[in-house]
Design a protein around this ligand. Structure first.
Ligand code: ADP
Ligand code: MG
Length: 253
């Protein structure tokens, strides 16, 4: 398997999407999306329900087949038949709205399963890493608990630790706080802010405009299957151009 563009690994584009089209039968959901995300950049994606936000993330993690276009992650062309899909999935971690933890496994096992299965770590190595990561998300004392003994915010923090355990180059967050009670949103956003500060490359689909404003390097508005506008937060929120974005912001902020 071959990296097609060495420069991609050297601080330039971590993700490069070119003219991405995706259709489900007759429904064309993505109608030519171009997007570059640099290493260490935090990009927030906002837009109306059904506009294709999740589909973009799912294409970046190859959870969907694309209709046409090209997606390069860390120098690997995702849809090149030569590309090892399992390797690529470990390059881009994903955190979902529904946490998708395994209910019959302890918190620690949920975090260590990936490193053991995918990275071939020994259980001892994985346990050490898992405990470090649980400490990082503030859940060291919950290692031996089961998911149903945790709050939603704690579950989502476990899901973030699990994603980090595969040492991804980028983490894709799909509305990570939308399923949480309002008082639990902050603890998850705080963990995400910390990751951003440490230089993790992140693409975050969110309705949390405060987070986008404070943490994003760039905010993107997707509507009708296209990127309609993108800017650093100050310009994006302070001086929106696209009428549909203006309308959207007037309804959510
Ligand atoms: P968003 O995340 O912005 O709410 P999605 O990317 O989930 O939007 O969906 C975009 C559109 O694609 C919606 O109209 C949705 O119904 C449709 N869609 C998503 N996944 C599928 C699928 N597997 N099969 C058919 N239609 C789908
Ligand atoms: Mg969605």
């Amino acid at each position: 398997m071959q990296r097609i563009d060495r420069t991609d690994t050297e601080g330039a584009a971590m993700i490069k999407i070119e003219n991405l089209h995706k259709r489900f039968g007759d429904l064309e959901v993505l109608k030519g999306v171009d997007l570059e995300v640099r290493a260490g950049e935090v990009v927030c994606i906002i837009g109306p329900s059904g506009s294709g936000k999740s589909t973009v993330l799912r294409c970046i993690n190859r959870l969907e087949e694309i209709t046409s276009g090209r997606i390069v992650v860390d120098g690997y062309d995702l849809y090149d038949p030569q590309t090892d899909i399992n390797l690529v999935r470990t390059e881009a971690g994903m955190v979902f709205q529904q946490f998708n933890l395994f209910p019959h496994m302890t918190v620690l096992r949920n975090v260590t399963l990936g490193p053991i299965k995918v990275r071939g770590m020994t259980r001892a190595e994985a346990d050490k890493l898992g405990k470090e990561l649980l400490a990082k998300v503030g859940l060291a004392e919950k290692a031996q608990n089961y998911p149903d003994q945790l709050s939603g915010g704690q579950k989502q923090r476990v899901a973030i630790a699990r994603s980090l355990a595969l040492k991804p180059k980028v983490i894709l967050f799909d509305e990570p706080t939308s399923a949480l009670d309002p008082e639990l949103v902050g603890e998850v956003l705080d963990v995400m802010k910390q990751l951003a500060k440490e230089g993790m490359t992140m693409v975050v689909v969110t309705h949390e405009m405060g987070f986008a404003r404070d943490v994003a390097d760039r905010v993107i508005f997707i509507d009708q299957g296209r990127i309609q506008e993108q800017n650093p937060p100050q310009a994006f929120f302070g001086n929106p151009q696209n009428p549909r974005l203006k309308d959207f912001l007037s309804r959510v902020s």
